[in-house]
Design a protein. Structure first.
Length: 59
């Protein structure tokens, strides 16, 4: 599965939905790595978005 690096998963989840895409698995923390979500575009292609944040999951 293709994964795209973004500066903010939350921001891009909103942009994807605004353009007709779907969030299949909402933002989740990957301990010590960052945040990830799985999405689907308007043509049915599934992809991931990833935000680098070494502090993820430690809050």
């Amino acid at each position: 599965m293709n994964t795209i690096g973004v500066d903010s998963v939350s921001k891009y989840e909103k942009l994807i939905e605004a353009q007709g895409g779907k969030i299949l698995l909402p933002k989740q923390a990957i301990l010590g790595v960052g945040y990830m979500a799985y999405c689907q575009d308007t043509e049915g292609n599934v992809f991931g978005i990833m935000e680098n944040d070494p502090a993820a999951g430690t809050e």
